[in-house]
Design a protein around this ligand. Sequence first.
Ligand code: FES
Ligand SMILES: [Fe+2]
Length: 377
Amino acid sequence: MSASLEKLMEEGRRAVLRPLPEASTLPPAFYTSPEIFEAERTRVFRRNWVSVGRASEIPKAGDRFRIDIAGEPLLIVRGRDGEVRALSAVCRHRWMLLGEGAESSATISCPYHKWTYALDGSLMGAPLMEKAEGFDRAECALPSFPCEVWNGFVFVNLSGDAVPLAQSLAPLAEEFVPWKMDEMEIVGRIELDQTYNWKVLTDNFMEAYHHFAIHPETFEPDYPAAISYCDPAEGPYAVLRMPHKDNELSHPLFKPLDGIPEFARRGFSVFNIYPSMLMAVLSDSVIWYRMEIAGIDRFKLTVYLLAHPASTDVPDAETLKHFLREATVAVHMEDLPACEGVQKGLQSGVVRAGRLSHLEGAIHAHQKWLVGELERP
Ligand code: FES
Ligand SMILES: [Fe+2]
């Protein structure tokens, strides 16, 4: 670790490694320093499980989609054996990107010189290579990365040494059982290019303190800031609960499945599965914010709206799905000026770590985890 990074880490430890009533946010440099961003790429995003999509997006053998994790180009492919794999999306010949805009196909073909790979990444064909001495196709397979499907979400771990998801997320899996998320369908998908640091969004998503200011009409009347609270989490994630005011029932759009617990029908919860998987779990649906981080101040945000087919089996389902999409965009448009304003504020020459409210425990928990990960050998 360089001396300047070590100094930043020391400032970070001093700000966050203390009880919430005494804690501050991470110093602003954690949102703006290229050195921190590089450390996040290598130490946080490469070493942990990162959610990349829904298994239902690639239902058949040969279906695929492209995504980057921490700048690593990946092709997520369904194999002939039905397995979902995370392959390197970089050709073994001269590094052309594979799978850009690819439709489903029985092979993976490089657009540059047509080397062709099987769905498990092995090289099948390489035209006009017969004069290359000792050319061994077996040495030219696309590297693959550990890939797991958990509750229907596809996760990838680039370093290959993360603890299995089923183990690290066991307490969460137990809470999620009644939602049957692995059977949920995508009822909406919204793509947005965002121009601020990814942690500005995780911070925003994981506190309801701003409800009375930013969402005075959408959230505050039913889910007031003051009664939100952060549950202590037993794994690599944070949980924020937003009870309905006066403990009333929330108004679901669709039909909640049998077995959804009472507390989830009288409010909703949001989760940050570290590093950055943001989910709002409602009684009848799940809203997932997938971030594809492209730089220190930009990422592609894909908002997935998920619901179980039994929940959406209601009259007027299409109208309700449309309403859910509109409402989700409307709420994000309320948050957006705050996120962009924070990003601008972070560039100030006099900015410093800010003190946290008791309502910001989930931010505090995430930032403590982040400091730990940045320093983990
Ligand atoms: S770069 Fe892929 S075949 Fe040449
Ligand atoms: Fe918000």
